[in-house]
Design a protein around this ligand. Structure first.
Ligand code: NQM
Length: 370
């Protein structure tokens, strides 16, 4: 049976600490509006519980990857990341996702876009949202993806095969405002972009410790108000325009490490507080900590001897390799960023979206919560 537009081949995959529905671009409508309408019905949005779809009722589990062969000679596949909102009929493509990225290489092999090597396979990926590149390397013994292994990442129970993700130099413009430090609403911030626009803020400058639980931080209305003000001004300074409906920039609160790492983080994505930290968000934090005069430099404990930065977050830590360079005009830029994630195929089959024209009653507005 050939799947029609309302019966869509879909692979559900955990990528790092996120979960998403992975599609071949050819299996989705080419028209972006029709595609987004279909994806809302696939994921069960808008509905905070996403009860009638694949979404997991949290931004970290309401994600989509659209993968196709790449025309870019530097890449094997193109990966478009789409964030499906919970509380409004919106599918957003302004940000990338480094966790869902972890599943793209295995998915490309599963779908025959890339021929697996005998032992391991490297897939060169163009991230359509930003135009940046990444290479994912993972085990393929005997020519098939092996998801089992002993790599452990905080925020995911158990172990799985490692997926090494490497980013070439210069992904993103490291200092989008042109400054290592800006002051917004009386609060010093460092705005970075190492693949994800992120605003670094000392937790103490917002009268929190930075060790609170994500839930406690989400319930702090005064903090939410201050973060909204800072984000809106930072978005404009970073050249992102009006960000009130965008998922970027993210905001990361920094505090001194408590478990031997470099720094403690609490990241707003941008309204809900992440239970861990995004991969590209972490890439920005790691690079930002190395900037002399940045808000992170005075908080972090860095190992001068190596590139490894251990970023503490609410459910453990994320280790990331990060080194900086200086451009010809004297500006800092990312030299190398690399991270190990894991991914797992959860389900491969056909998804049956909610029928077109059966949108649920829109939820009460909650200030664009995401
Ligand atoms: O920063 C959440 C996640 C992400 C994004 C978010 C991500 C990244 O953890 O690369 O992975 O920031 O919305 O999945």
């Amino acid at each position: 049976m050939t799947a029609g537009p309302e019966e869509v081949p879909c692979l559900l995959m955990r990528g790092g600490t996120s979960k998403g529905a992975y599609f071949l671009a050819d299996d989705l409508p080419a028209d972006p509006a029709a595609r987004d309408d279909l994806l809302l019905r696939v994921m069960g949005s808008p509905d905070e519980r996403q009860i009638d779809g694949l979404g997991g009722a949290h931004p970290l589990t309401s994600k989509v990857a659209v993968v196709s062969p790449s025309r870019d000679p530097r890449a094997d596949v193109d990966y478009l990341f789409l964030q499906v909102a919970l509380d409004k009929p919106e599918v957003m493509g302004r940000q990338n996702c480094g966790n869902i990225l972890a599943g793209v290489g295995p998915f490309a092999v599963e779908r025959g876009l890339v021929v697996a090597g005998e032992e391991r396979t490297s897939v060169r990926i163009r991230m359509v949202n930003t135009g940046d590149l990444a290479t994912a390397t993972f085990p393929t013994p005997g020519g098939g993806v092996d998801y089992t292994g002993d790599a452990e990442i905080s925020g995911v129970p158990g172990t799985a095969a490692p997926v090494l993700i490497e980013f070439p130099p210069g992904a993103g413009k490291l200092l989008p405002t042109g400054n290592i430090r800006d002051v917004i609403d009386g609060v010093p911030v460092t705005c970075v972009d190492n693949g994800m626009p992120t605003v670094l803020i000392a937790a103490a400058s917002l009268d929190v410790t930075g060790y609170e639980s994500p839930r406690d931080l989400e319930e702090d209305a005064a903090l939410a108000g201050r973060l909204r003000t800072i984000r809106s001004a930072a978005g404009a300074l970073m050249g992102l325009g009006d960000v009130s409906d965008a998922t970027v920039p993210k905001l990361t609160l920094l505090a001194p490490p408590r478990h031997g790492g470099a720094v403690t983080t609490r990241t707003f994505i941008p309204v809900r507080c992440h239970t861990a930290i995004g991969v590209l968000g972490a890439a920005g934090v790691a690079a930002g900590l190395r900037l002399d005069g940045g808000v992170g430099a005075e908080i972090a404990t860095l190992d001068d001897a190596g590139d490894l930065v251990r970023i503490e977050h609410p459910t453990g830590f994320l280790d990331i390799e990060s080194s900086l360079d200086t451009t010809a005009d004297g500006l800092p830029s990312a030299r190398r960023t690399a991270v190990v994630r894991t991914a797992r195929k959860i389900f491969d089959g056909t998804v049956f979206p909610r029928s077109a024209g059966t949108a649920p009653i829109p939820p009460r507005p909650r200030g664009g919560r995401r």
